[in-house]
Design a protein around this ligand. Sequence first.
Ligand code: 13P
Ligand code: 13P
Ligand code: MG
Ligand code: MG
Length: 364
Amino acid sequence: MKVTISVIKADIGGYVGHSGMHPALIAEGEKRLAEAKDKGIIVDYHVTSVGDDLQLIMTHTRGTDNSEVHGLAWEVFKAGADIAKEIGLYGAGQDILSEAFSGNVKGMGPGVAEMEIEERPSEPVIIFMADKTSPGAWNLPLFKIFADPFNTAGLVIDPKLHPGFIFKVLELKKGRVVDLKCPDEMYDLLSLIGAVENFVVKEVKRYDGVIAAVASVQRLSLIAGRYVGKDDPVMIVRAQSGFPAVGEVLEPFSLAHMVAGWMRGSHWGPLMPVSVREANCTRFDGPPRVIALGFQLKNGKLVGPRDLFDDPAFDLTRRRAQEIADYIRRMGPFEPQRLGMEEMEYTTLPAVLKKLEERFKEEE
Ligand code: 13P
Ligand code: 13P
Ligand code: MG
Ligand code: MG
């Protein structure tokens, strides 16, 4: 059976500030997706949040980029934004960058990760959702999951994984993509995706062309042409039987690697894996957080979720993330706590520079 998994997300108002999600927005999402399920637009759904981002996880048989499914998500976000305005949530409608819906939410503010799959008899999938960061945050974990034999034992000991995976990399500012095959082109791949604010992994396929992972790659600042908030990306990863095991998919998140985002979208910070209950961004509006929900798909039904980072096995990582956060915070407005100039162009810094423009003189 062919099934499409669509994860569509948006920040439509924070509670309190940019720290978390108000229950009224979750309730609105659940109500509207339940109606859509009754009408047969979608097969199943799960609504959740990470920080101030509302997450709509949906399954259906309409394929990717379907206007009914995108339209449904758009309606949820619009209705949610109205509620957010009414109760005074912060940044109500933040990620709704356009008023007129034209069939697809891409380029309109929300983040989207979708894949159409031929469902296996048992289909484990993991949905990762992050707050206070940008899509480049997935580069390192996706590389480790699908190309690093020190992370994924299956690349070495499972003949089904041995031939490797193909990474589709998007050059953000030029809007062009390139496919790179691992292990053959591993060094080329790393030379690109190590530059996380310029190149992002959009999709990973197995050597035989079967889809393994997709990430949301929308950049709010590039769409809006100004800083409106961070992208707070999502990704979908398939696991087991010809793909990395669940534990191999989760393993890279034990590092708490540094990602761009955090306070005002302008700082480097450790990505801390947390349970849904702990997905509230507090200290310096962070540190950046990621949740992972595991589902078994059956005939498109979402059996789950399992809250995969709700586990003492990640306690040490969380502690390390806090130590890194504590250390780098001491640097305040100095790089590399603050992002480099190139990325700061997409924040509110240009307004400050503009103010000083006339006072700059040639050096004597
Ligand atoms: P099972 O033998 O339980 O399927 O586990 C295999 C595996 O992938 C464990 O990582
Ligand atoms: P969000 O992108 O999560 O809305 O955060 C914006 C921000 O400025 C946090 O300090
Ligand atoms: Mg926000
Ligand atoms: Mg957010």
